[in-house]
Write a protein that binds this ligand. Sequence first.
Ligand code: ZN
Length: 315
Amino acid sequence: MTTRRSFHAWLGRSALAAALLMTAGFSATATAQEKTLDVVATTGMLGDAVQQVGGDRVKVTTLMGSGVDPHTYRQTRSDIARLTRADVIVWHGLHLEAQLKPLFEDLARRKRVVPLAEAIPKDRLLGDEDDTALYDPHVWMDPELWQFIISRARDTLIEADPAGRDVYEANAKRYSEEVSALNGRVKALLQSVPEQGRVLVTAHDAFRYFGRANGYEVLGIQGISTESEASLHRVEELVRFLVNRKIKAIFVESSVSDQNIRALIEGAAARGHKVVIGGELFSDAMGAPGTVEGTYIGMIEHNAKTVAGALKGGN
Ligand code: ZN
């Protein structure tokens, strides 16, 4: 039986033990500093931003992989386990993953849960045409708006891990500059399309911020969320538009079925107008991990190249 008193007496007799205890104390501190922050992000775009800013100090897990539609995503049991273990959770907000909101509100009572896109000033957001109480959540389509996500990611990591402040600030600055350079390249590509050809027709309304930033007219078959069905009336309306404006190319999206896009092509063909699929765009999810399009910068650049290439094309 060891009492506190006898333990101290024993310690006093043993300089070696004291030295060992100090070493143990130091290594415990070092371990605490080296522990990576466990962050869970909903979309790949958010996960990429947090990883870029967090560097080696964070380990990021993304719930929604390549090709996954965030508007309809439901959490799995393993997601709940990951979310429960996480130090920090970042989600988009602005009603993108609205179905997960109750879960995040519950988790927010126990840990840091941050809707990053809600950092964007409201006067920079577009409204939802179908519901005036809501905003269009597809803000990643404008790299200028993505800068607010980078800043909020930086601040969130600093709050969760103040010792990493210098690292997070330096990484955020570097990534912000890369996104700013991306914006310049995207604008140059898209402005190479003659003005009358700057029309983007896609499966759902994910490109309104892209349109506003680059001077493109954008039309989606489905509305802002893929939850609603496309109406036959909307398909007819878009077929007339394609024929009247002699639009050459329309685009499929990696996270949305191409069924409605094919209906437009057939509808236009029935009226004697040939329109082709100009390529696949990454609307609400990035490409496969390990590919260029599996990063935010690669995804946005791919979209700009695909749109500019197809609309300029002499086809
Ligand atoms: Zn969407």
